[in-house]
Design a protein. Structure first.
Length: 84
C-alpha cells in the first residue's frame, strides 16, 4: 500500500505509523460515550477513516480514508483539515 502525503508526495506504507481509527469525539463530560470512545474499537471490513503519521517523512498527521479489504485509498488530507 502507498499513501500520498500532501507535503511529500506518494510514499511507501513503511514510512507511516498507524494512529488509530478517526472517531468523532463525544461531547460533554465523562460517561459511557467516552468510555466507548477510549476503549472500544471495531474492526471494520470496508471503507474506514484512520489517522496515520508520516513518521519517516515530514511527521504530519494525516486523515486517510481507505478500504481495509482492498486497500484502495479514497482520500488523504492533513488531519486538521478533515475533521472526524
Ligand atoms: Zn510527509
Amino acid at each position: 500500500m502507498r499513501l500520498t502525503c500532501p507535503h511529500c508526495g506518494e510514499r511507501d506504507l513503511r514510512e507511516f505509523v498507524y494512529g488509530g481509527a478517526a472517531l468523532a469525539r463525544p461531547s460533554g463530560d465523562w460517561g459511557p460515550d467516552w468510555d466507548a470512545y477510549v476503549h472500544l474499537r471495531e474492526n471494520p471490513a470496508g471503507r474506514s477513516r484512520e489517522y496515520w503519521q508520516h513518521g519517516s517523512g515530514c511527521a504530519a498527521w494525516l486523515l486517510v480514508e481507505r478500504d481495509t479489504v482492498t486497500h484502495e485509498i479514497y482520500a488523504v488530507t492533513l488531519a486538521g483539515e478533515g475533521a472526524a
